[in-house]
Design a binder for this molecule. Sequence first.
Ligand code: COA
Length: 260
Amino acid sequence: MELQNLLVSKRNSYAIVTVNRPDKLNALNSATIAELEQVMQELNKDKSIRCIILTGAGEKAFVAGADISQVADLNETSGKEFSLRGQNTFRHIELMHKPVIAAINGFALGGGCELAMACHIRIASTKAKFGQPEINLGIIPGYGGTQRFPRLIGLSNALHLLLTGEMIDAARAHQLGLVSEVLEPEKLMERAEALASLLAAKAPLAVRYILQAVYRGAGTDLDKALNIEATCFGKACASEDMHEGTAAFLEKRKPEFKGK
Ligand code: COA
């Protein structure tokens, strides 16, 4: 498939995926969702790529939401299908084997905020704005916002933002724990790429098992979740990289992880 709405650029060990509809503030139409699904699945399988940065084209927006011109035509059946399609794509991103960093350069509203929440690390420029304004359109978030928002920022804060549709700035998002770092706009991609290089140098299987333990464990009871952790820990212990990592420490050298 030739990409119409995304730009993908590969560096040594990581990829940058840019949602590229700046004239529509990178709003997610169904074609963009389909491209995201395809590109992220391909990157998940690509052994040369160990981390992905997701960002938005232009100065103004990360992603300003689902494309409202498409939302306007939905009915009960097509609305549910629309929601499930986006949810599936975002869930696939969340369950990827390698970390996805959202570099939030501007508006992250509705589906944009939901997309960022499906990523593993969120860093934002001081220009970023966050919110779930669907209430103002007479709808609700349909790409995971009612579920991931409370998990990330707590019920009180999530309900406040979901019900009022209010936007918050990057400083408030940081205070609420929605993003882990806030940077000057010109430093955002530099930091995202530094983080991507850092993560790409980690043991790929250990990275994968951390993501697996966290996301498979979340939402289940503590005993089951601890069991998931122990299983993942065991799998990590079976890797060549575990022998390399421990040997390198004992030999006082830098480890070279191979993802085996
Ligand atoms: N869907 C479709 N088009 C969108 C969009 C969306 N979610 N968000 C922005 N756009 C389009 C605008 O319609 C406009 O297109 P046009 O130039 O063809 O008229 C263009 O992007 C620029 O947006 P504009 O509203 O003129 O920019 P602004 O700086 O005045 O306002 C926002 C920025 C983000 C506050 C405003 O665009 C907005 O509220 N967007 C919708 C956010 C939303 O409700 N998201 C949830 C959707 S479910």
